[in-house]
Design a protein around this ligand. Sequence first.
Ligand code: ATP
Length: 355
Amino acid sequence: MSGLLELSGLTVAFGRRGARPVLDGVELSVGEGEIVGVIGETGSGKTTLARTAVGLVPARSGRVVFDGREISGLRGRALRAFRRSGRLSYAFQDPLRALDPELTVRRAVAEPLAVAGDLDGAEIAARVDEALETVGLDAARLGDRLPGAISGGQRQRVLLARAIVTRPRLLIADEPVSALDASNRNRVLRLLDRLRTERGMAVVVISHDLSSLAGIADRVAVLYRGRVVEQGPVREVFGRPLHPYTALLIASAPSVRAEGGPGAAALRPSAEPPAWTAREGCVFAHRCPFVIGSCRTAPASGPVGERRTAACHRVPEWRGLVATAQGPPELVAAAGETHKKAGRPPALSRASEKG
Ligand SMILES: Nc1ncnc2c1ncn2[C@@H]1O[C@H](COP(=O)(O)OP(=O)(O)OP(=O)(O)O)[C@@H](O)[C@H]1O
């Protein structure tokens, strides 16, 4: 059965020919009413994935199919008409930059409907009130304010109201909670869950915050350097990651780490700079403590069980190596170390990458 949104072999590159793709053969499917999380470190391509899916960035190759129609092939007027329809909606990452500072809340939310041109003024006003109410904002009190005169949490909800005012079948929300405090974060997450339950709306949530996704996502896709290295049901992926990169991400997020799962020290990547371009092999090979020859030369992909994929040649044997500390010497050495610094381990910062 095909999903509502199907990305297949999606490759995107910016700039000169031959530049390393920002997205490289991405496969992702989102079903009706499903919540899918996309996680990965800064620069892994999450926003580019969202922007390509909604037609803001052209794909170099591969396909984006929404509701049975190929979007990646649309150009000019046909693409504009599809985007105006608002059936596939995108809530941008940064509300302060995404909202016009000179448009009141009411006008900002009304804009997608005004652009679509299907409704008269009274109908638009009613839909705007409905959208603001859905996100828990008081239209009478806040409707005439400018973005600069409301709180960060309210701005985030205005952005969501604007994204759902067209009653989309799928919403892609780019880091919808990253700038919010705990209470606003929970409010926005509950809202996304409610939209799915009450309207059957599918949601793709891009987030750095694994614990947020653990609470609402059905499935999760892990992006690293433009490739989906693992995907599957969120409980399974967070509970028993099958790609060493996923394990590293999760080990660095104690709030979602399963009891007894490998710690970040045991997974500390090799500090060696990459000696090859990872186009053919695994994109994590240059950082992976479990690397073997084939990781550098052959793509590893494919299903691991019915609903999971993990692009790793050493699934599941690397997990056994961690458990018994019988891995390669650098792993055993790494396993004996502890990260003295609190917070994000150096392994996940872009500074540690040279390739
Ligand atoms: N329009 C563009 N032109 C050139 N390079 C771009 C463009 N957009 C994105 N990139 C590059 O593509 C890579 C992926 O960027 P992207 O914003 O998709 O990552 P991300 O995972 O969303 O990061 P973050 O979590 O920081 O938002 C980065 O190296 C970025 O500099």
